[in-house]
Design a protein around this ligand. Structure first.
Ligand SMILES: C[S@@+](CC[C@H](N)C(=O)[O-])C[C@H]1O[C@@H](n2cnc3c(N)ncnc32)[C@H](O)[C@@H]1O
Length: 277
């Protein structure tokens, strides 16, 4: 074996991450070879995976616009991802340039890319933190970096878009409730999530192969949830119209068409926006 071969075999390669796989599925450029390989493996099993990501982004855009127009002035985006077109602050600040947004992600690439595009935007910032540790998130909100952006005494929008399917059932309440339950009246939550009917749609074995890619290449499992389980995540919050629905059914007139409308089948993801009264 030559030295070169030895070097290549011992140099650690970056692992794929959910943020960068998702970036690739959306046509972004902030991804590495390992992410592209994992994303391609997923697309080989479930070609609609790219449409799932797009459908989710379009829902997020419509939800943020609706909430900004309803008067919400601060947004906490947990598991915010790598910036792409139609980021939360772009949609919200088009309604009111003073709207404040704090992005939180565990992936340093996502945080760095977010802070690059937020440069000079004093109302918005991205921080690296783990939303599965709500105490740490609450500590981070009190930090000097974030305290000028998020005020927990005022109504706040908390977004969990396409992130909670990474969390096992026995942990999810302990992750969501500590933040949800201290939000003041007038606050809102946005959740989008892969629905439980996904294995029926594309076949259980095909979907298992796709989720295996996440497990083996990005070290995460994917959990599908029923509408009943998703409704429970909102606690005492009350859903606005049209409730918890396939994403393509949530106020579709507010964005470009969801890809699943053309595909003649509903989006396999569910989403809802809910308020605390
Ligand atoms: C599928 S992407 C969704 C991005 C964005 N929310 C959206 O809807 O377009 C999931 C994001 O959650 C982030 N994430 C996963 N686990 C996390 C954790 N424990 N804490 C913070 N971010 C996390 C990933 O890094 C990734 O950026």
């Amino acid at each position: 074996m030559t030295n070169q071969q030895e070097d290549a075999s011992t140099t650690p390669r970056p692992r794929a991450t959910v943020a960068r796989i998702y970036d690739y599925l959306l046509g972004g450029k902030q991804n590495f070879e390992a992410d592209r390989r994992a994303a391609q493996d997923i697309l080989n099993k479930v070609p609609a995976a790219a449409n799932l990501a797009l459908s989710n982004r379009l829902f997020l855009r419509r939800a943020v616009q609706t909430l900004a127009e309803a008067g919400m002035r601060q947004f906490l985006d947990l598991g915010s991802g790598i910036p792409t077109q139609g980021n939360v602050h772009e949609i919200a600040q088009a309604v009111d340039p003073e709207i404040r947004v704090l992005y939180v992600d565990i992936d340093p690439v996502a945080v760095m890319a977010s802070n690059q595009i937020l440069h000079g935007n004093l109302a918005c910032r991205a921080i690296e933190a783990d939303f599965t540790q709500p105490d740490r998130i609450l500590d981070a909100l009190a930090d000097s970096d974030a305290v000028s952006i998020i005020d927990l005494d005022e109504p706040l929008v908390v977004l969990y878009c396409s992130v909670l399917q990474l969390i096992p059932d026995d942990q999810i309440d302990g992750i969501i409730a500590p933040i949800r339950d201290l939000l003041v009246p007038g606050s809102a939550m946005v959740i989008s999530h892969v629905g439980v009917d996904v294995p029926d749609r594309w076949g259980e074995s095909t979907v298992n192969q796709a989720t295996d890619v996440y497990r083996t290449q990005a070290a995460t499992d994917i959990y599908f949830r029923t509408d009943e389980q998703l409704t429970a995540l909102f606690g005492d919050f009350e859903m606005t119209e049209p409730g918890l629905v396939p994403l393509d059914r949530w106020r579709p007139e507010l964005s470009e068409p969801d890809p699943f409308v053309a595909a003649s089948m509903r989006s396999p993801m569910r989403g809802a926006v809910a308020f605390r009264h």
